[in-house]
Ligand binder design. Structure first.
Ligand SMILES: [Zn+2]
Length: 756
């Protein structure tokens, strides 16, 4: 897999070199050539990736001085990497594929076909029509006072939903009666539902939408400019109409006079849904609100609106706000092939025909709705007994069902008691930590995920049992000490809930699990904010409380993070910066493979220091020792490409820390931090093969519009602190920009130390 990635990279390098040929003379082109030349020297390393406590490393640190007193009785505790054979990869891929297939069951497709005798059938076959079915005996308009009808209740329920105007049954409601249908199956339980129709996304369907706000009398600057978009001027209605009807009429005239400005939908196809004058009070002006919705061949198009708010003054009436969402290019066949009886039959098939009820389904009307990725001309029916809606595509016979009720919501928060930053100190620094992106399952078969702050929302009218474990979108704890933590609780609708892993006391095992889950998500979200998201979109297994001590490791062939228990020598290793370090190997691996082991060590450390804003990696890791940490951003290690990888890694992490510090001193905390992240983090994608090459990639990233290098002095000084010389590139520079003193390191990486 790594080889594949390298192969692709070589291809892109070739492309870069071609670019040089066609654009000679530019400084840019020359630099690219240099990078290409360097990277061709591929050091293909399956990386040793254990976090090694800094016993021998610390001896290399000249800061702080006390480190020299560290005794070296501990072995170099590099955990063996589980270099599983590649067949493991294949097996897990197969497993994933099986899982995917299982999930692709028809119920989740959102598009449902009418079933025939239990078999799903497409709609090419003629609609199965019950020949005994009679058409409705009479169809009457709903009386205004019939507010207790299912439709009125439905309308009420729907008022809070975004598509309310489209399902508002009050205008076209009709009641079906006595269908004369044969009684069929008993009332079914558990009808699988389709997703509620939603507004199609902008990329799915050509849509015209806008919001314009105009403030009459505002100066051309300031407020008015702030709101100006497509509209240049306040629209003043001619004749200063005062009544709602007059305003509406004038708006229709304006729309027809300039259709393009109003979405290209002629006013003859706009149905009025709101037309209301509201009295100004407390010295405010009167306003008129007018709203239209789009119709297509007489059928209302779901989700459309064109809304105006008009300020009524004595001498003038001005449009102060317009909002719209229209589909001018919509086409759908409305010469339906199904008649009402056939549509009704199809709806019955979809929802089931209740025993002893002949008029369960109430027609809501014909609409144009966007369902299952298509505009459809549908007949909508409401089931009184089941309180469900069904929409039947009048062209294809496909039937869709969903639950229109406005449910009670319960909001809950998933929390774990663990350690925010710093190493665990028994019983003193345990705090509530949100558990983000975590899976919450309900007893009725739903799966929810908490948001980035640990919140989840549960809809439903009935109490439900929920279960959460330390498993989520981006991390899955697999505890090796006891068992992975799980919480089960009953949620009552409308009552907020708080679920806490590890609710009391201090227990190493549980704190380690919470810490590992929490901090894997913290580093995931931090990387996502730095534009690394798709690459790490998987729930990485994390083994906690492994029965060993003084280390942690990442497994490149089958990605997982692994943390050890405490001992007399070391604390439990599942805590902030150690988790970030191991996750750093993971992200490095996911972007073109771990191309250089030393660099990979540095990556995890940089990520750890950047997230926590402090230079100590693995603080408190070693018990009763001074220093008690693993590595430090202020180290003075001088880069030698033949050194052991963790030792070398100190050059990259030290460079990263010193550059960030210098940029903060120059630009302030916020901007300095942002510039450091912007310069350093994307170097992951350069996938370079040595630490000097990574520093060179930072220089390349800092090239300004006219070829100068931004923040060159800060970059140069941070590199020089570790014995790496960075030359300021000039037009026509050819050759490595950063090198170990007197030495071009990529030549040496072939003989670099390798450990397993
Ligand atoms: Zn490591």
């Amino acid at each position: 897999m790594i080889k594949d990635n390298l192969g692709r990279k070589s291809i892109s390098i070739l492309i870069a070199i071609v670019f040089v040929v066609v654009q000679p003379g530019s400084a840019f082109a020359r630099f690219t050539a240099v990078t290409g030349k360097t990277a061709v020297q591929i050091n293909n390393a399956a990386a040793p990736t254990a976090l090694t406590p800094g016993v021998s490393n610390a001896l290399q640190l000249s800061v702080p001085a006390a480190s020299l007193s560290l005794n070296t009785s501990l072995p170099i505790l590099s955990a063996p990497i589980f270099a599983a054979p590649k067949t493991v990869n294949a097996a897990s891929a197969q497993e994933r594929r099986v899982t995917t297939n299982a999930k692709a069951a028809p119920a989740s497709t959102g598009l449902r076909f009418v079933t025939d005798g239990g078999n799903t059938v497409g709609r090419a076959a003629p609609l199965p029509i019950n020949t005994n079915a009679a058409v409705p005996e009479s169809v009457e308009p709903a009386s205004a006072e019939n507010t207790r009808s299912p439709l009125a209740r439905l309308g009420l329920a729907l008022q809070q939903r975004s598509f309310t105007p489209l399902f508002d049954g009050s205008r076209s409601a009709r009641q079906g009666r006595g269908m004369g249908m044969r009684e069929a199956e008993p009332e079914d339980a558990g009808i699988p539902l389709d997703e509620q129709p939603r507004q199609p996304g902008e990329t799915e369907v050509a849509r015209v939408s806008w919001k314009r706000v105009s403030v009459p009398g505002a100066r051309a600057s300031g407020l008015r400019n702030l709101f100006r978009s497509r509209s240049d001027d306040v629209t003043q209605l001619s004749g200063a109409p005062q009544t709602a009807a007059a305003v509406e009429s004038e708006l229709r005239r304006l729309i027809d006079a300039d259709p393009a400005r109003f979405g290209g939908v002629p006013s003859s196809t706009l149905e009025t849904t709101i037309s209301k004058r509201i009295q100004g009070r407390a010295g405010l002006a009167d306003i008129v609100d007018v709203e239209f919705r789009q119709t297509y061949h007489g059928a209302v198009v779901e989700g459309t609106f064109l809304h105006f708010t008009v300020r009524i003054g004595a001498a003038q009436s001005n449009v102060i706000s317009e909002t719209a969402q229209l589909y001018p290019n919509l086409t759908v066949n409305t010469d339906s092939t199904l008649d009402d009886a056939q549509a009704l039959e199809s709806a019955f098939e979809r929802l089931g025909r209740p025993t002893g009820s002949y008029n369960d389904l109430q027609p809501v009307g014909r609409k144009v709705m966007h369902i299952g990725g298509h505009w459809r001309y549908v007949s909508v029916h409401y089931s009184d007994s089941k309180a469900l809606l069904a929409a039947v595509d009048l062209n294809t016979g496909d039937a869709f069902a969903w639950d229109p009720k406005v449910h009670a919501e319960s909001r809950g928060k998933l929390i774990g008691r663990g350690v925010h930053f710093d190493p665990p100190a028994t019983g003193t620094n345990i705090v509530d930590l949100a558990m983000p992106h975590a899976e919450v399952k309900t007893s009725d078969g739903r799966t929810l995920f908490t948001d980035a702050d640990g919140w989840f929302t549960l809809e439903g009218d009935q109490p439900v049992t929920i279960t959460a474990t330390l498993k989520g979108k981006y991390a899955t704890i697999k505890d090796q000490g006891t068992a992975t933590l799980t919480i089960t609780a009953t949620v009552t609708p409308g009552k907020p809930i708080r679920l806490v892993f590890n609710p009391e006391g201090f227990d190493e095992n549980t704190v380690a699990q919470v810490n590992a889950y929490r901090h894997a998500n913290v580093v995931h979200d931090w990387l996502a904010r730095n534009q690394i998201e798709d690459e790490i979109k998987r729930s990485i297994p994390i083994k906690t409380n492994i029965n060993r001590d003084c280390n942690a490791f990442y497994t490149p062939w089958s990605p997982s993070l692994n943390f050890f228990k405490s001992s007399g020598r070391c604390i439990n290793t599942a805590f902030d910066t150690v988790v970030y370090h191991e996750y750093g190997h993971f992200v490095d691996d996911m972007i073109g493979g771990i191309a250089n082991s030393a660099l990979s060590e540095g990556w995890g450390d940089i990520i750890g220091m950047y997230i926590t804003g402090q230079p100590v990696l693995g603080e408190g890791f070693l018990k009763d020792r001074t220093p008690n940490y693993i590595r430090h951003g202020e180290n003075k290690y001088q880069f030698q490409s033949r050194d052991e990888v963790h030792k070398q890694g100190q050059a990259w992490m030290g460079f990263g820390w010193k550059l960030r510090k210098a940029l903060i001193a120059k630009l302030g905390d916020v901007e300095g931090t942002a510039v450091a992240e912007a310069l350093v983090v994307p170097v992951l994608f350069a996938n370079v093969r040595s630490i000097p090459a990574a520093i060179e990639a930072v220089v390349m990233r800092a090239i300004g519009d006219n070829g100068q290098i931004e923040h060159f002095e800060e970059i140069r000084a941070a590199a020089a602190a570790h014995g790496i010389v960075v030359e300021r590139p000039v037009d026509g520079s050819v050759g490595a920009l950063a090198r170990q003193r007197g030495f071009i390191p990529w030549l040496s990486t072939f003989v670099g130390e390798r450990r397993i």
